[in-house]
Design a protein around this ligand. Structure first.
Ligand SMILES: [Zn+2]
Length: 431
């Protein structure tokens, strides 16, 4: 786990933030004070919930303070209640950003409170938990729905046997030989960064480090270190297929998590002095927006036609794969996307006790088309991160629907709307 304690423009913070529009209003000053208490509350939760603080780049002494004098969970609950009361007495300024900030803080504090209650022994169903932590519940889909999607794959997959078995056999020809993986990944990252840079103003000096790891419940992770620097880890436990590598590079890097964190840090924390943005609590509504934008960003940076061309002309040759297979594979992936909620349904059933672990693995192998080992990795993810799984599919759906409403068919307007999501405190309810 990466931890950092970087001092970032503390002078700006001590001065209460510098608004583009001049000195901070009375309301903004009061909210800043509250935001500082919120940041410390989030930091204090780490003692009871290792991994809760996903990123922190605020003053190092705040972290030291809570490490040297750990809070009890009751203290955290009490502080959350006090902050909610204080916040309810603040009427935000009329501008949209102030209103969004008020709603954002309310949702984030409610989520800390809910997490503290869970850690204190409160029980909650999967849906209650996702509502309490992420401000949303995922839709349910029946086995009959997933069966009908599998039928759509029938004509596209060679061989005989069940559709999941045929899919698993088919996908092996898209695996990148391990020795070629770094080069393929470097190429996608460089290309997605260039494409993103045409539409978004990336902070000066932004950069990242790439690392290959094993034995993790996730396939990739962005550890944001502050100052526009990320450590991106790629898990090589599972074979890396060409489609997954492009998805991962965009999701973790450009225009996904790396850009998300960098823009929030530079626009809200550094420029405005909004200290709630120096800390990122993993189990909070912020994660739905973070995962949703990271997933929606893939299609934004590589729309279907551009992706097909780029994969055939650049990635397949780099990976030593046959480019003539690319178009069909992309079609198969488009249909497979309709199975995205199968993981959520599996996690819900497992955690609510409706399916055993063996049944969950069988479900994932059938409806998510996973291999046995990939299904087991997913179950490990559900056990660790629980209802966090909704943030990927539901987050993406909410973000894409919002982008559709903001921009229609115009790519430039879509990027503008995307940038707005990465520089304003939107909440799941606000989408
Ligand atoms: Zn992610």
């Amino acid at each position: 786990m990466i931890r950092s304690g970087m001092f970032l423009l503390c002078l700006v913070l001590l001065a209460g933030g510098c608004r583009d529009a001049g000195t901070p209003s009375e309301v903004e000053l009061k909210t800043n004070e509250l935001a500082q208490r919120y940041a410390k509350l989030v930091l204090a939760m780490e003692h009871h919930d290792p991994g809760y603080v996903d990123a922190y780049y605020g003053p190092a002494e705040w972290r030291t303070e809570v490490e040297e004098s750990p809070w009890l969970l009751e203290d955290a609950l009490q502080e959350a209640d006090s902050l909610l009361l204080l916040l309810s007495r603040i009427t935000p300024d009329k501008d949209e950003l102030s209103q969004l900030r008020h709603t954002y803080l309310n949702g984030q504090i409610q989520a800390v409170r809910f997490r503290a209650e869970l850690l204190s022994g409160k029980s909650a169903s999967f849906d209650q938990e996702s509502q309490g932590l992420y401000g949303a519940t995922a839709p349910r889909h029946s086995a009959a729905y997933y069966d009908s999607v599998l039928e759509e794959l029938d004509n596209l997959l060679p061989g005989s046997g069940t559709i999941p078995d045929r899919y698993r056999a088919y996908q092996t020809q898209f695996e990148i030989p391990p020795e070629r993986l770094p080069e393929v990944l470097d190429s996608v990252v460089a290309d997605s960064r260039n494409r993103t840079g045409k539409y978004l103003r990336l902070p000066a000096g932004e950069t990242f480090e790439l690392e290959f790891v094993t034995d993790k419940p996730w396939s990739g992770y962005n550890w944001y270190k502050g100052n526009s620097i990320s450590l991106i880890q790629i898990n090589t436990d599972q074979p890396s297929r060409i489609d997954r590598v492009l998805d991962l590079a965009c999701h973790e890097g450009y225009p996904g998590h790396h850009v998300y964190h960098s823009l929030f840090e530079s626009e809200l924390y550094s420029k405005r002095g909004w200290v709630e943005y120096c800390v990122y609590p993993l189990y909070s509504p912020q994660s739905l927006i973070a995962e949703g934008t990271a997933n929606a960003g893939i299609d934004l940076v590589f729309p279907s036609d551009a992706r097909s061309k780029y994969e055939q002309e650049v990635l397949y040759p780099l990976a030593g794969l046959d480019p003539s297979l690319a178009a069909d594979y992309l079609r198969v992936q488009e249909i497979r996307r309709k199975l995205r909620y199968a993981r959520v349904d599996a996690a819900r059933a497992l955690l609510d006790g409706a399916m055993s672990e063996d049944e969950t693995i069988a479900w994932l192998m059938k409806y998510s088309l996973y291999t046995d080992s990939r299904a087991r990795q997913s179950v490990a993810f559900f056990r660790t991160y629980r209802s966090y799984i909704i943030n990927y599919s539901l987050g993406q759906d909410l973000v894409e629907a919002w982008l559709d409403r903001q921009s229609g068919d115009s790519p430039a307007r879509r990027w503008n709307a995307f940038e707005k999501l990465l520089t304003s405190p939107y909440t799941p309810g606000g989408l």
